[in-house]
Write a protein that binds this ligand. Structure first.
Ligand code: FAD
Length: 453
């Protein structure tokens, strides 16, 4: 079969929130746009789907109050949000392995550790305020902060092991989903700065504030519906031929000639596309220093949200446990209760090495340590496994290895001739989040528009 031949002003590769928002802005500016998406659905790492009779957010779901690009779009689309259930006591299991309930945002750890956590939080907040999210690589201390791992940096600030592990977890397991020895302090600072402050990031009432009625994927579905037949599904882009007169973007099903292309895929997948001529040395090198984290998002649904009857919120944290976080994730309007639990980085590697049944048993046993034996027997159980997805290859997102952000950060969004780049993982505010994806898509559209006029 010969591919369908199309012409357009701009091709967008990838129908996640970044690509679709780029296409939306370009279409609004009167540009003829074509979007090519590898999967048979839009939304990328946002995916709202049913498993065993339960609607789940398999990918991204939460919205925080600072995510004004996303909140603005939801408003414009007439979509609404609802708060995450958080009434009741939280549960914490610390270094001593003892289960304790608590209220407020201070973990029930020894006083000296609580003070150390507060002091370390202030230190990270100071760095965040000084470095910012927009150009962390431009700060005078960028190289210094980018060549020390977050783990080593924390150990140099404090000899309280539990305080260091707790502060590390907020960025390592909970956000970048890489071990704290695998990313730099500058990368940690960017993650926190993108949410306004480290304090915001550690405040689950802020960062995991609300959910979208109808699911986060429906944002992308609405954008795609407005673009209509300009969005081509099941069309993985294989090659981008580029020159002064524009681009030819090739897939098995469609070939598009256009003046510009926006590549809106996760950065580790940039190099899964062939470029003719090859990308410059700088991009070849840079793209090898960006890698996806790994986390298992576990969904367990019960006949009722049993923890609420016991006065528990469903919010749980553990630094020494297999499952590091649990939240009440009951879907809007559902009488059943759903919990979401996370197992990250090396702990995810360890349980992925087990047979499926054993993995499930180990994960549910870890949830039961927090919320009791009823957690062992859900009606429905599902593990989001983004690491096995050809068109994502990890979760939640991509970040630089040690030294990569200071070395390459300034060039990550620089166009190569007619090729522009967009993704949540290249954003400043909303970095690695849907909000950042939308911002990045809008910015790429503005750059394309400026280049075309
Ligand atoms: C488990 C999980 C939980 C998350 N939780 C949250 C959360 O609570 N809140 C939040 O804001 N964010 C969350 N995120 C992150 C959020 O989902 C992402 O930041 C966001 O989806 C990124 O959007 P994007 O458009 O930049 O990239 P993506 O969503 O990855 O979209 C890229 C698209 O490109 C397509 N593609 C790839 N290669 C090709 C190719 N060669 N040709 C054509 N198409 C291609 C892919 O199929 C995909 O559709 C979560 C992510 C995961 C995985």
């Amino acid at each position: 079969m010969h591919p369908q031949q199309l012409t357009a002003d701009v091709v967008v590769v990838g129908a996640g929130p970044a690509g679709l928002n780029a296409a939306r802005h370009l279409a609004a500016a009167g540009r003829d746009v074509v979007v090519l998406e590898a999967r048979d659905r839009v939304g990328g790492r946002t995916w709202t789907d049913e498993r065993d009779g339960v609607t789940l957010e398999i990918g991204g779901q939460w919205v925080s109050p600072d995510q004004t690009e996303l909140l603005g779009l939801l408003d414009e689309l007439g979509m609404t949000t609802y708060p995450r259930h958080r009434d009741g006591e939280n549960v914490h299991i610390g270094a001593d392995g003892v289960r304790r309930t608590y209220r407020g945002d201070t973990f029930p750890v020894p006083d000296s550790t609580a003070k150390e956590i507060a002091r370390l939080t202030e230190l990270v907040d100071d760095l965040v305020a000084a470095v910012g999210a927009t150009e962390p690589w431009a700060h005078p201390r960028a190289r210094e902060l980018d060549t020390i791992s977050f783990e080593d940096w924390l150990r140099r600030q404090s000899d309280d092991e539990e305080a260091c592990t707790t502060v590390a977890l907020f960025i390592a397991g909970a956000m970048l989903t890489k071990p704290a020895h695998a990313f730099s302090t500058l990368q940690a600072v960017l993650m926190a700065a993108s949410a306004g402050s480290f304090t915001n990031l550690t405040d689950e009432c802020f960062i995991l504030d609300r959910r979208v009625v109808g699911g986060m994927q429906s944002v992308s579905q609405r954008l795609a519906a407005d673009l209509g037949d300009r969005v081509h599904l099941a069309t993985p882009v294989r090659t981008i031929r580029h020159g002064e007169d524009g681009v030819v973007v090739e897939s098995e099903r469609v070939t598009v000639r256009a003046r510009r292309v926006v590549v809106a895929v996760p950065p580790p997948l940039f190099s899964r596309i062939g470029y003719d001529p090859p990308l410059p040395r700088r991009q070849h090198q840079m793209h090898q220093h960006l890698s996806m984290g790994l986390v298992i998002k576990v969904h367990a649904t019960y006949p009722t949200p049993f923890w609420r009857r016991e006065g528990l919120s469903g919010t749980c944290f553990g630094t020494s446990t297999l499952v590091q976080e649990v939240y009440d994730n009951t879907i809007h309007g559902d009488d059943r209760g759903t919990l979401v639990a996370f197992v990250a980085d090396e702990k995810a590697d360890a349980v992925f090495a087990l047979p499926e049944d054993e993995r499930r048993a180990r994960i549910l046993a870890s949830v039961a340590q927090f919320l009791g034996e009823q957690a062992l027997d859900p009606l429905a159980y599902y593990e989001s496994d983004w690491g096995s997805e050809e068109w994502t290859r990890g979760a939640y997102a991509a970040s630089f290895d040690l030294g990569g952000l200071a070395r390459y950060g300034a060039d990550q969004r620089t166009p190569v001739g007619p090729i522009h780049w967009a993704c949540s993982d290249l954003a400043a505010e909303g970095y690695q989040h849907v909000d950042g994806a939308l911002r990045s898509g809008r910015a790429a559209a503005a750059d394309v528009e400026a280049a075309l006029t």
